[in-house]
Design a protein around this ligand. Structure first.
Ligand code: R5P
Length: 267
């Protein structure tokens, strides 16, 4: 791995503990102005001080992220479908490596859809991106997307998808937490982070997900809706941060949330 690629990865994953709190705000690329992300900057500006990485598309980066903010950018570079389609897997590359470099991205992210009609296409997109990333010193995150088929998220499927992503050369993989997650971690030779998925019923549920994923070997989260769809989004990210970087339990993270919530005005 070349120096530039290692340096970018070190911006994404904190060298002090090998962990990362990535804030996922890239949903608009297929969901449009989804709830609580209608005005992206309004959503993420208060959260950025507590995130290690901000995950966005180039359109949101250029319009809504202040270039002076000290936050590494994980740039979403795949897309081409919308929630109006039943099958979300027909994705292509939406950003060239030249623009990713011009935008000073610290890494690029791409969805792969294993087991779908577009499996081959999305895996070859990943291969192409990894070739370009290795050439230009840009880390690539593969996302094991399931589209609308949320029930696919079991250990057997996710282990398969994560391993394929790593074999093709992804430097980091984002996947979902599931029962038996340690099997997914064991079979994946590159760092794994977990998405949160749709908003869970309680804050404790989201903290539990992050805690269990970390216990099983994930190096962090790339979480969106369970943070910014919460009425107390800053309190929420503080709780997640405590789990990821301070080894907090679910109870301790809930205490962080309650204390911070007491001091904040609902969004
Ligand atoms: C899908 O839009 C993206 O891959 C998200 O970045 C990912 O699903 C993480 O966001 P959430 O925690 O809301 O699932």
């Amino acid at each position: 791995m070349d120096w530039g690629l290692k340096n970018r990865l070190a911006r994404m994953i904190k060298p002090s503990d090998g962990r990362s709190v990535m804030l996922a705000c890239d949903h608009g690329y297929f969901m449009g102005p989804t709830r609580k992300l209608e005005v992206p900057r309004r959503t993420f500006e208060p959260l950025v001080p507590y995130a290690d990485v901000l995950s966005v598309t180039r359109g949101v980066l250029r319009t809504s992220v202040d270039p002076s903010w000290d936050i590494p950018i994980l740039l979403r570079v795949s897309g081409g479908t919308s929630v109006l389609q039943n099958d979300l897997s027909d994705e292509g590359l939406t950003v060239g490596m030249k623009d990713a470099l011009r935008l000073n991205a610290s890494a690029v992210s791409i969805s792969i859809f294993v087991g779908t009609a577009h499996e081959r296409q999305t895996l070859l997109n990943l291969a192409k991106l990894v070739d370009e990333g290795e050439d230009r010193g840009m880390p690539v995150m593969a996302i094991t997307a399931v589209g609308k088929e949320l029930e696919k998220r079991d250990a057997r499927y996710l282990a398969l998808a994560c391993r394929i992503a790593a074999e093709i050369g992804a430097h980091v993989v984002k996947t979902y937490y599931c029962e038996g997650f340690s099997k997914v971690v064991e079979g994946c030779p590159v760092p794994l982070v977990v998405a949160g998925g749709p908003k869970l019923n309680t804050e404790a549920d989201a903290f539990q997900l992050a805690y269990d994923a970390l216990q099983a070997g994930a190096i962090g989260v790339d979480m969106g809706r369970n943070i910014w769809q919460n009425d107390h989004s800053v309190a929420m990210i503080k709780g997640i941060r405590a789990i990821v970087h301070e080894g907090a339990t679910v109870k301790e993270a809930s205490d962080v949330f309650d204390q911070s919530k007491g001091a904040s005005i609902p969004a």
